[in-house]
Design a protein around this ligand. Structure first.
Ligand code: URA
Length: 248
């Protein structure tokens, strides 16, 4: 039997500051005012070291509210149309759909890959760098499944072109890895890719003379977008769901 993992320790003021509750001085003030409670006891010492366990939100309150989830944190979101995935791009971003305080978290949250402003569907957001790299690494071969609605009817030849593994996108020097096309109707198809190149799906259909009107990501690896998660909604991903992602 393997020994249980030891929880990392953190000073209380650092833990709260890293969760975005304020500067170290501001959170020390919260502690002084008796606003931080663990297991029903008011904490007095902002410098005391605390084990950072995943169950802290059930055990600690700050100003009467459950503590925000500590790192590592991964979120599954139904990205709506019209929002961007980058902090740097103009326009409303997916981060604005999360609690405001989370923008000050350390480590910060990043999307795992990006969806275009006009693409909807399954988006993962994490502060766990190792998990992020494992999902996006080409070596992991994690399939990403998209439903594309096309401007023109499928010709019938696209599946073979995408499966060949030699399609070169404009401006690139490496051919695309094989991708699987499943026609769903005259102008609709499901496309499974294992890479994440810039605007990849739109550019693949452009390469075969078509144009993507609407694009929606249905699945990443073994993780599907839950049917009951409305556009703009999100929830925390469990460790089991994270593991399921690599079993597709
Ligand atoms: N391919 C695209 O073209 N856009 C996306 O948002 C994702 C994949």
């Amino acid at each position: 039997m393997s020994a249980p993992l030891k929880a990392p320790m953190a000073r209380l003021d650092r833990l709260l500051a890293n969760l975005g509750y304020g500067s170290r001085r501001e959170v020390a003030d919260l502690v002084r005012k008796g606003q931080v409670v663990l297991d029903g006891k008011v904490l007095k010492d902002a410098g005391a070291r605390t084990p950072v366990t995943a169950d802290l939100p059930q055990r600690m309150t700050v100003a009467g509210q459950p503590l925000d989830p500590p790192a590592p944190l991964t979120i599954l979101m139904h990205k709506p149309l019209g929002v961007v995935c980058s902090h740097r791009e103009a326009g409303r971003s997916v981060y604005e759909l999360l609690p405001h305080r989370w923008r000050a978290r350390e480590p910060g949250l990043s999307t795992i890959g990006r969806l275009d402003k006009e693409t909807s569907g399954l988006l993962l957001i994490t502060d766990d760098g190792a998990f992020l790299h494992r999902v996006i690494s080409p070596r992991s071969h994690v399939p990403k499944v998209y439903r594309a609605t096309l401007e023109r009817p499928l010709s019938g030849g696209e599946g073979a072109v995408f499966a060949a593994g030699d399609l070169m996108l404009e401006g690139e020097t490496e051919p695309l890895a094989p991708a699987a096309l499943e026609p769903l109707g005259p102008r609709q198809a499901r496309l499974t890719i294992t890479e994440g190149r810039y605007h990849q799906v739109r550019r693949m259909f452009a390469a075969v003379g078509n144009h993507v009107g609407a694009l929606h990501r249905e699945r990443i690896g073994g993780l599907s977008l839950p049917a009951n998660l409305a556009p703009g909604d999100w929830r925390i991903l469990s460790a089991e769901e994270q593991a399921a992602l690599f079993k597709s």
